[in-house]
Design a protein around this ligand. Structure first.
Ligand SMILES: Nc1ncnc2c1ncn2[C@@H]1O[C@H](COP(=O)(O)OP(=O)(O)O)[C@@H](O)[C@H]1O
Ligand SMILES: [Mg+2]
Length: 357
């Protein structure tokens, strides 16, 4: 048996540019959106009161990218305004988020310090500079929204808060005192046109692959699928998968069949991204059911509590119903328990064939 030999030249020049988190040098289109963000933070450069902004729109439309692009440009332009980007999914607890901001401002001695101590240090440091741009991405994942209030209140005029969420109604879920204190402008990211999707993906292809490896004809299929999904990440997923499939077959050009196989794997992308949109509790529940299918709901609840879950039994039941509606869970009545209402819980149709880790 031959394990090596006959390798064709790699199709990839730089596969990293297909990562969802890659920030390209050139952001295509979105000039209007980027000017709105820039206008919000600009007054800080003159030491004047900046604005706060709430950015919303469906996933995969460049919200994160445009915000990162503007803060990168601002930091290149001036060293007097500090920019901090926080993904609230990773730092959902107030203390962690404060420590992240503190670290970005050069404060590292937070061990044994309370939230108030850390915040006081942050204020001190911001007072020494012209201003702070604080991007709170996926802000709806913050557990304690008083974090937002702290900044708006204590650093009014010196901080520009850029809040990003998918749901345009996020602000309605905040306490009215926070919303009125924030007085945010509003920026919606709309879907890209077919032509725009094409140019974005084409630019990425020419950085990622050797010339000619991905034909225009095949790219058009990926473009159409991406346009229909209204999510650039779908295109990046399909490009990467198609090329990996071609390479595993030792070809130096992508063929139609490779794209077909990649298209079949799109459900994998959809499941991953739909799970990432769930709350932490919902993710715990899915994990528990996946580990032992067919448990009755009371036992799943007990396991959930052992894992540190905070929902009451009633909210837990509501989460189960939501997950069932999304097709991520399936329940079966056992005919036992109070009025025969006891249910066994299984992974739903959407997850049945997925290996969850
Ligand atoms: N206008 C654009 N030009 C270049 N790449 C883009 C553009 N819009 C989105 N992308 C790419 O699409 C992916 C998703 O964008 P992202 O900013 O993460 O979306 P969102 O934050 O709206 O969910 C990223 O890899 C990003 O680089
Ligand atoms: Mg984003």
């Amino acid at each position: 048996m031959r394990f090596f030999g006959g390798e064709s030249e790699s199709i990839f020049l730089k596969s990293g540019v297909l990562n969802y988190s890659h920030v390209p040098e050139n952001v295509l289109f979105r000039d209007d959106e980027r000017s709105v963000i820039a206008e919000c933070v600009k007054p800080l450069l003159r030491g004047q009161k900046a604005y706060n902004l709430f950015i919303h729109g469906d996933p995969g439309l460049g919200k994160t990218l445009c915000s990162l692009d503007i803060i990168r440009k601002l930091e290149d332009y001036s060293g007097d305004v500090k920019c901090v980007y926080i993904n609230c999914w990773d730092s959902s607890r107030e203390y962690q988020a404060l420590v992240d901001v503190g670290k970005a401002l050069g404060y590292f001695f937070y061990q044994g310090k309370s939230s108030d101590d850390v915040f006081r240090e942050i204020v001190k440091r911001v007072e020494r500079i012209k201003g702070l741009v604080l991007v709170l991405d996926e802000v709806d994942k913050l557990r304690d929204t008083s974090f937002i209030y702290r900044f708006a209140d204590a650093l009014e005029g010196k901080v520009s808060l850029i809040l990003i969420a998918n749901d345009k109604d996020f602000l309605l879920s905040l306490e009215p005192r926070i919303v009125s204190r924030l007085s945010v402008d509003d920026l919606h990211f709309k879907a890209y046109s077919l032509q725009e999707v094409k140019e974005i993906l084409k630019a990425r292809c020419s950085q990622a692959f050797r010339p000619g490896a991905f034909s225009d004809l095949l790219l058009n299929r990926v473009v159409r699928e991406t346009y229909n999904a209204c999510d650039i990440r779908v295109g990046l997923f399909l490009l990467l998968r198609s090329v990996r499939i071609a390479e595993s077959n030792e070809r130096s050009k992508v063929e139609q069949g490779d794209v077909d196989v990649a298209l079949k794997k799109l459900s994998e992308f959809r499941i991953k991204t739909s799970l990432s949109k769930l709350s932490e509790s919902e993710q715990i529940i899915i994990g528990l059911v996946s580990a032992s299918q067919g448990l009755v709901s009371g036992m799943v609840f007990e396991e959930y509590v052992k894992e540190g879950g905070k929902l009451t039994k009633r909210s837990f039941r509501r989460s189960l119903e939501k997950l069932e509606r999304l097709g991520l869970l399936r329940t079966e009545f056992t005919g036992k328990g109070v009025r025969g209402q006891t249910r066994k819980i299984f992974l739903g149709g959407k997850l049945k064939y997925t290996k969850l880790n």
